[in-house]
Design a protein around this ligand. Sequence first.
Ligand code: HAM
Length: 445
Amino acid sequence: MDIKLPKGTKDIFLAEAEAFEQVESALINVAKMFSYASIRTPIFEHTELFTRSVGDSSDIVRKEMYTFTDKGDRSLSLRPEMTAGVIRSVVENKLDVTSDLPLKLYYVGPAFRYERPQLGRYRQFHQFGVENIGITSPFSVAETIALGVTAFTVMGFKKVTVNINSLGDQPTRDAYKQALKTYFQPHLASVCPDCQQRFETNPLRMLDCKVPSDQALGKKAPRISDFLSPASAAYYAQVKEGLKSLSIDIVESPQLVRGLDYYSDCVFEYHMLSDKGLDYGALGAGGQYNNLVSELGGQPLKSVGFAFGLERLIAVLSDSGRLENVKPFTDIYLISMMPETDMYTFKLAHNFRHTNFKTELNLEHKSMKASIKAAVKKEALYAVIIGDQEMKANQVTIKNLQTQEQQLVPVNEVVHLMQHLTNQAGHHHHDESEGEEAHHDEEKK
Ligand code: HAM
C-alpha cells in the first residue's frame, strides 16, 4: 500500500499523543482557573462565515481555506480558526443575550489551512483558545493576555515574550490606511503582486508581507501608534498598565497587525525560541475584536481572545527534552503464571480498574523473570503475581518494583492493601490529578 498521509498533516501517537493530552489538560485547567467554560463547534461551517469574519482581504480566506461544495450544493469550509464559529454559535444560541457578561469560553480542536508546510506550520493543526465576550474594562484585556502567560508558566516554559500593539478603533484604522496608501503609492510598481492587491483591499495587510524587500519597506512605514484616537490610546495605555502591574514583560511591536480582519484595538502574540534555538513562529496570538459579534448579528459586545498552536507548544517542549519522560504509567501489573490462573487474574484486574488503579494484565505465561522485566518496562509501581499455589490458597504475591520487597497477601485484602500502599507512597491514581501530574512530571525534569 502506498497511500501516505496528506501533505502538511501529521500522525500523533505514543509519547507525542500523550504530550498533547497533558498539554491540553493543563491548558483547560488554567482556563477553568480563570472561570472559563467549554464550547465545541463544528469543524466545517458555511464559507460565508469566514469571508465575513476572518475577512476576504486576509490570506487565510483568499488562499488557505479548504472549501468544498456538499451534495446539497452548499459552499462549506473546514474551519481555519475557531473564533468565527464560536461567535456564530454564541449569536445563534442567543448566549450574547441570555448570559451574564462577560461570557468566557475556551475550546480545543483541529483547524485547517492550506499553507506551505514548514517548521511549525501544518495544514491540519490544533488550537487551544479562549474568547472573553462582552468585556468593558481594559483590565479584561490584560487578564486575558495574562491567562496565556499563566498557561506558559504552568506548562513550565521559560520566559515567553508578549508582543503587543494597538490597531485602534475604526476611525484610527481609516486614517491609518489612508496614510499607508500615501506612503506605499510611490513604491507600488516594485512591491509583490500580493501587496499590489493588498494596497487596494486592505493596506494594513502589506505590513504582514513575508517578502523581504516588502518587509524592509514596511519597517519605514508610518506607525499606527501615531494615529490612535484619544479613546483607543487611553484604553491601550490601561491594558499595558494592567500587564505591568502583574510584572508581565511586553514588547511593543508597531509592526504587528495580525492576519485576520476582525481585530481592533489591542493585538498580541506570544513568542519564544526553543532550547534548540528554533523559531516556530508565534506560539499563540490574539487580540480584541469589538465589532465581530454585532457583525454576525448579535449584540454590540467588545471581546478579546487568543489561540495557541498546540503543535508549536509541543515542539518547544520536545526541543527542551521535556517529552522524554512523558509516558502513561501503570499502577499495578498483574501477572498470570499459567492458563489455569488466567480467569482468576482477569477478574482481579477488573476489580483493580474499578477501584481506579491503572492496571495492566499479562497473560503471556512467560518466566517470572521475563514477566517482571515487562512490568518494570511498563514502569509499574507494583507487580501482582498469581500462580497455581497462590490461587489455591486464595492469595496473591505483591512485589514492590522499586524496593523489590515481596509479600503474600489474601486475595480479599489485596485491593484494600494496594490502596493503602499507594496512598502511603504518595502516588495518586485518581483521574482528576492527571493534569497536575503532567505538570509535576514536566517540572521535575
Ligand atoms: P492565528 O494567529 O491565525 O489566530 O492562529 C493562532 C495560533 O495558531 C498561531 O499563533 C499558531 O501558534 C497556530 N497556527 C496558526 N496556523 C498554523 C499552522 N498552519 N500550523 C500550525 N499552527 C498554526 C487565530 O486563529 C485567532 N482565531 C486567535 C484569536 C482568538 N483571536 C481572537 N480570539
